[in-house]
Design a protein around this ligand. Structure first.
Ligand SMILES: [Ca+2]
Ligand SMILES: [Ca+2]
Ligand SMILES: [Ca+2]
Ligand SMILES: [Ca+2]
Length: 344
């Protein structure tokens, strides 16, 4: 009796992961432990009950499943064009800075050109939110290749409306309902773990050049950009994950402000993460796309995959629809059975 129970338990756990929508809701429940937590107050305003401003980064969650990198950030984005940037190092770049000359697609990413990082980012996923106050409230997503010097607008997803899919198979969802987490008080920063909603993105590793080595990620919160002024660049907030004060949490930093200007105590020019103690990135391992029939993406076709198909049998697509014809039926079952044992 023990083995079926264990198999069923593993199935339920993986099915919960696999079913999870990329919607920004209840992020910790889908990922487990955070890889980074905020220890710096928010200089971009605290989103509390009754206000519509505020942007903050609380905790960073990452998992990789079946060739897709899932990233969750609990927190908020004000609908004024504020942005969350994901600086991703897949091992292609040998430089800890970049110079994008691609024009103005999410100007705030271009405006970070010249910033010095602890890692060597080669891709940036930029997500900014704009709410026109007339019913159009979206996040806008773009992908920048820092090595090839290209920027691509991927599409938009409505805020608070669940999961959306944009170009390159990237999925995203943003829920701005958080009123917990860190505060705007440097003397009472608050508990980042109390925030559970925010931004989620799912990036197929194919959109990142199918990396095989470790992936390093830094998340930053920014405001607008002024590309017309060689000094100003992007308005960088004091909220990053890992936190700006990661190496010395007794220190509370203000907003670095314009990333290419001196601004005490950040009197660097340009802004320089290497001058701050601690490594400003988290490290995750890429995960391969499993063999055909590997429904749960653990690299092995076994009874757990069979159970996923059986439990979803008759559904109009979704989990268990191995051949993506929008029905879970005997054709899907046969694929799993035909490949049974592959990769195990
Ligand atoms: Ca808060
Ligand atoms: Ca550093
Ligand atoms: Ca499997
Ligand atoms: Ca099918």
């Amino acid at each position: 009796m023990r083995r079926p129970m264990m198999v069923l338990g593993a199935f339920v756990a993986t099915a919960m992961l696999s079913h999870a929508q990329v919607n920004g809701v209840n992020i910790p429940s889908k990922y487990g432990s955070p890889l980074a937590s905020q220890t710096n107050y928010t200089g971009f305003g605290d989103h509390v009950v009754g206000v519509n401003y505020g942007s903050e980064l609380n905790q960073l969650f990452v998992r990789c499943q079946n060739g897709v990198l899932y990233i969750g950030v609990t927190g908020n984005l004000e609908g004024n064009g504020n942005a969350i940037h994901f600086y991703i190092d897949t091992g292609r770049s040998q430089s800890n800075t970049f110079n994008l000359t691609t024009g103005c697609i999410n100007c705030s990413v271009q405006g970070m050109s010249g910033v010095l990082f602890d890692h060597n980012p080669d891709y940036v996923l930029g997500v900014n939110r704009y709410d026109d106050g007339q019913g159009n409230d979206n996040i806008y997503i773009d992908l920048h290749d820092l090595v090839a010097n290209t920027s691509t607008y991927l599409g938009s997803v409505a805020v608070g409306q669940g999961e959306g899919t944009v170009d390159f198979g990237v999925k995203a969802g943003f829920d701005n309902s958080n009123v917990q987490g860190v505060t705007s008080d440097p003397n009472a920063v608050g508990d980042p773990a109390t925030a559970v909603n925010g931004l989620e993105v799912a990036i197929p590793l194919s959109a990142l050049g199918n990396p095989t080595g470790a992936i390093r990620i830094l998340v930053v919160l920014t405001g607008g950009a002024d590309l017309g002024d060689a000094c100003r660049g992007t308005y960088l907030s004091n909220q990053t994950l890992p936190a700006l004060n990661r190496g010395d949490t007794s220190q509370q930093y203000p907003n670095p402000a314009w990333a290419r200007c001196p601004n005490p105590p950040f009197d660097f020019f340009p802004f320089d993460f290497t001058q701050l103690p601690g490594d400003h990135y988290v490290t995750v391992q890429p995960c391969p796309v499993g063999p055909e029939g590997d429904v749960n993406g653990d690299g092995c076709v076994d009874d757990a995959d069979l159970l996923v198909v059986l439990f979803n049998f008759g559904n109009a697509g979704g989990q268990g629809d191995v051949n993506s014809d929008n029905i879970v039926d005997d054709a899907d079952l046969l694929i799993v059975l035909f490949n049974f044992g592959a990769g195990c």
